[in-house]
Design a protein around this ligand. Sequence first.
Ligand SMILES: *Cc1c(COP(=O)(O)O)cnc(C)c1O
Length: 403
Amino acid sequence: MERLAIDGGTPVRDGVLGYGRQDVSEGDIQAVVDTLRSDFLTCGPATERFESAIKDAVGAGYVTAVANGTAALHVACLAAGVGPGDEVVVSPVTFAASANCVLYCGGTPVFADIDPLTWNVSPESIREKVTGRTKAVVAVDFGGVPVDHDAIRAVCDEFGLAFIEDAAHAVGTSRAGRPVGSIADLTCFSFHPVKTVTTGEGGAVCTNDPGLAARVALFAKHGITRDRSLMRESDEGGWHYEQLELGYNYRISDIEAALGASQMARLPEFTRRRQEIVAHYNKEFAGIPEVSFQKDESPEETTRHLYCLRFDLEALGTTRRFVYDALRAEGIGVNVHYLPVYRLPYYADLGYDPACCPEANRYYEEAVTLPLHCRMSDSDAEDVVRAVRKVVKACRTRKEAAL
Ligand SMILES: *Cc1c(COP(=O)(O)O)cnc(C)c1O
């Protein structure tokens, strides 16, 4: 048996292959430089170009680009009317921002459990968590695999809830021909460098509802409008504007939007490359009984952001800590997505029960995120597979030796 790097053996690779990274082309760089030489660094044509590129790609009626994905979620909750006393049912296995946005509005996040195979929030669990105070649902497309839109829509319609989709992982994903961004009441994207499309920092809110779109734009721009149809005094003069809500400065700059517009043109290329790597991983890992990967009913429509593997720790006689450390020692920059939000200390202090979502907890204990990004070569992906095989084999051997 090959000696593991963690035990002093030769690592699969020198250096560390990170789990995610941006892919910025010379064309992307030129687009940013052109904007720096132009008249507008914010609120200019690059922001308009970026918003229409998103609109065209995801089939949304209205798009507001904002400063980051967290700001997108915040204004989406505000537009949906989330306020003090309201509850919002949220996915538990996600980045904290999916729930923090509810707290920003004075509302209370309530966590629904996940499906054990898709790792996405379970529509049945959402239904169980609905009370008379529930106002909305924030459902996360984990890793880029979309939530069950139809089932969640049915629950939202039955109880009169707003369907907010946290699609930070899912730009480019479609289901049954409908792109994510055109399905929920409000869809939020993030363009952080680790995500599929990047602007450095950036986000967007998509909707097909003109009323919601107007509220999103208002909350993202100080609550201030020059739209005469919204103003109370329509005849003050051409200089006149009004603040109608307590909004925020969540604008994206034209520098960032120029990068975003250029990146959006490359989305089909990003989708293809990510699909190739995911297909390769799935094929290889299907042959290892102690690991399982995320169920995706139609991978040809998915743009994957994360590739996570679950390790059957009992079968391997090991711990996730060991698997993680051993893969890192092999030069594979693994990560873990995510500690369930309700177990973060801030949420624990708010009184959340650490056992409230048993499937989410089970998932978290076994999960390791493998590298997935467009700058990876086929041989990088092969290194990841080799390292996983090597660590699994070593665990099997140790377990047999201990018996
Ligand atoms: C990245 C991310 C966010 C936040 O996006 P930022 O652009 O970093 O603010 C929100 N939700 C999920 C699921 C994310 O992965």
